[in-house]
Design a protein around this ligand. Structure first.
Ligand code: 2SA
Ligand code: GDP
Ligand code: MG
Length: 453
C-alpha cells in the first residue's frame, strides 16, 4: 500500500516555487491524495465510501462529469443524493472542491444546494469552492442532448440528458463557456452565449432558446456564485503543501470513460485515473491510494453491451433487492453477475491499490453465485478487453460457480463474523485481481461496512 504520509510545509521552506510539485528532490510527491474510482459501469457505491473517508479528509474534490452522476450517502437513516456536489459536502470539517474538469449546470447546482439545505445541510457557503475553469452546462446543451438521442433512434446511447456530451463537445471545439467567463466582463459572456446559441440553432433548428431571458438569469447566477469561485489549482497545491488531506471522488466509472470505456456507450469525460490529474490540475506523483469501488455484482444503466447481464429471475432479484434504480433519472438498472474481466481491465487502467467491495448483502439470499472470469470469442479465450462493441456483444463468458452464504450479513462488522462462503467470495476476487479488498459494504448506511485491515 502506498504511503499516505503528508509532506511538511517546512520541507519546502514554505516557498511557492514556480513548479509546485517540481523535481525529484522535492518531498511533495508524497502521495497525499486518495482517489475513489468506479471500477465497473457506475453506481458501485462511491458516494458511501467517499462519505466514510471524508471523516479523515480536509478536502473532497470532484474532478469530472456533471450532474449526470448520482451519489448516495445514508447517514443516521437520512438519505442524501449528490449530483454535482462532492459527497463530502455534508461533512462540516471538509472543504468541497468542484474542479476544472467538471461541467456545471448552475440551475441544477442551486437546486441541489436547496434540496440538501432542506435536509439539514448547513453553512455550505463556507465549504464549497468552484473552479473558474469549469465549463458551464447550459439549458441548450441539455436540450441538444435530448435531440441527439432522439435523432439516433434505436442507436441511442441512453444518456441522462443532462447535457454532458454537448458541453464537453463545446469544450473540445473551443466554443465552451467557463465559470470564469461568467464572472468576467458580462458583455464578453453575452457574446459567447449568443455565438454558442446561434451555432446550435443552426444545427438544431427546433432548439428553443430565449437568449435575453437566459442572459438575465445568468447575471443573477454570476452574483450568487462569485463568492465560491477561485483558481482551484493553486488552492489545492497550497493546501497539499501545507499538509492537508485531499480525497478525490470519481464520478461515473472506468467502463463509462470516453477513452477506455465501452465507446460509444460511455459518458464524455475521463472517469478513470487520468481525469483526476486533468480535472484538478494535480500531478500523478501526489496520488497515493487509488480505491476501486466494485459492486459485488454488476449493474449498468443506459445502453451498450453487458456480457454478464442476467435477463431472468436472478437479474430481477438483484435489481429489486439492490434497489437498482438510477439516482438521477430513476431508470431501472440492468443487473448481472460480477464480471472480473471488466474489473481486471479497469484495474490495469486505474492501478487500484485496494478495493471496496460493496453490496455484498444483496447476494445474501442466493444459494449459488457466478463470477465471470474469462471471455471467449469463437471458442477461444481472449487476453484483452475488446474495444469493438460488436466483439464485446459476441463474447461468451466463462464463469466459476460458488456456493452462496444464504444468510443475513447486514449486521456483520468484522471479517471473523462473515460466513465462510462470503470470505471465499472475497478471496476469489483478491486472488484473481491481485488487489486487496480493504472494505466490504453490507448495507447502505455509513456504518454498514467491514474494514478488513
Ligand atoms: P451521459 O448522460 O452522457 O453521461 O450518459 C452517457 C452514458 O453514461 C451513463 N451514465 C451513468 N451510468 C450510471 N450512473 C450514472 N449516474 C446516475 C445514477 C444515472 C441515472 O447514479 O444512477 O440516474 O440514470 C450515470 N451517468 C451517466 C449513461 O447511462 C449512459 O450510458
Ligand atoms: P455511486 O454513484 O457509485 O455513488 O452509487 P449510487 O449512489 O448511484 O448507487 C449505490 C446505491 O447502493 C445507493 O443507493 C447506496 O445507498 C447503496 N449502497 C452503497 N453501498 C451499499 C452496500 O454495501 N449495501 C447496500 N445494500 N447498499 C449499498
Ligand atoms: Mg450513481
Amino acid at each position: 500500500m502506498a504511503s499516505t504520509a503528508v509532506p511538511k510545509h517546512t520541507e519546502l521552506n514554505g516557498e511557492m516555487s514556480s513548479c509546485v510539485f517540481p523535481c525529484k528532490k522535492s518531498k511533495m510527491g508524497n502521495n497525499t491524495v486518495t482517489v475513489v474510482l468506479g471500477a465497473q459501469w457506475g453506481d458501485e457505491g462511491k458516494g458511501k465510501l467517499v462519505d466514510l473517508l471524508a471523516v479523515n479528509s480536509d478536502i473532497v474534490c470532484r474532478c469530472q462529469g456533471g450532474n449526470n452522476a448520482g451519489h448516495t450517502v445514508v447517514v443516521d437513516g437520512k438519505e442524501f443524493d449528490f449530483h454535482l456536489l462532492p459527497s463530502g459536502i455534508i461533512n462540516k470539517k471538509c472543504k468541497s472542491v468542484i474542479g476544472n474538469g467538471v461541467v456545471i449546470h448552475l440551475p441544477g447546482l442551486f437546486e441541489e444546494l436547496k434540496k440538501n439545505e432542506l435536509k439539514g445541510m448547513q453553512d455550505w457557503q463556507d465549504r464549497l469552492i468552484i473552479s473558474d475553469r469549469a465549463h458551464l452546462v447550459l439549458d441548450l446543451h441539455q436540450q441538444v442532448d435530448g435531440l441527439q438521442e432522439a435523432e439516433k433512434g434505436k442507436n441511442s446511447l441512453g444518456t441522462t440528458k443532462k447535457g454532458i456530451g454537448p458541453t464537453y463537445s463545446s469544450k473540445a471545439s473551443r466554443n465552451g463557456i467557463r465559470i470564469g467567463d461568467l464572472l468576467g466582463d458580462f458583455n464578453l459572456f453575452e457574446e459567447k452565449f449568443r455565438t454558442i446559441a446561434e451555432s446550435y440553432k443552426r444545427m438544431f433548428p427546433s432548439l428553443e432558446v430565449d437568449v435575453d431571458a437566459e442572459l438575465a438569469r445568468y447575471k443573477e447566477y454570476a452574483d450568487k456564485i462569485r463568492p465560491l469561485v477561485r483558481d482551484t489549482v493553486s488552492y489545492l497545491h497550497h493546501e497539499i503543501r501545507s499538509g492537508k488531506k485531499v480525497l478525490v471522488e470519481g464520478a461515473n466509472a472506468a467502463m463509462l470513460d470516453i477513452d477506455f470505456g465501452t465507446y460509444p456507450y460511455v459518458t464524455s469525460s475521463n472517469c478513470s485515473i487520468g481525469g483526476v490529474c486533468t480535472g484538478l490540475g494535480l500531478p500523478p506523483n501526489v496520488i497515493g491510494e487509488v480505491l476501486g469501488v466494485v459492486k459485488a455484482y454488476t449493474t449498468r444503466v443506459g445502453d451498450g453491451p453487458f456480457p454478464t447481464e442476467l435477463i431472468d429471475e436472478t437479474g430481477k432479484l438483484l435489481q429489486e433487492r439492490g434497489h437498482e434504480v438510477g439516482v438521477t433519472t430513476k431508470r431501472v438498472r440492468r443487473c448481472g453477475w460480477l464480471d472480473l474481466i471488466v474489473v481486471r481491465y479497469t484495474a490495469m487502467v486505474n492501478g487500484y491499490t485496494a478495493l471496496c467491495l460493496t453490496k455484498m448483502d444483496i447476494l445474501d439470499t442466493l444459494s449459488e453465485i457466478k463470477i465471470g472470469v474469462a471471455y471467449k470469442l469463437n471458442g477461444k479465450i481472449i487476453d484483452y478487453f475488446p474495444s469493438s462493441m460488436t466483439e464485446l456483444s459476441n463474447v461468451e463468458v466463462e464463469y466459476v460457480t460458488v456456493p452462496g452464504w444464504a444468510c443475513n450479513t447486514e449486521n456483520v462488522r468484522d471479517m471473523e463474523n462473515l460466513p465462510s462462503q462470503a470470505i471465499d467470495y472475497v478471496k476469489i476476487i483478491e486472488k484473481f485481481l491481485g488487489i486487496p479488498v480493504k472494505f466490504i459494504g453490507v448495507g447502505p448506511g455509513r456504518d454498514s461496512i467491514i474494514n478488513t485491515v
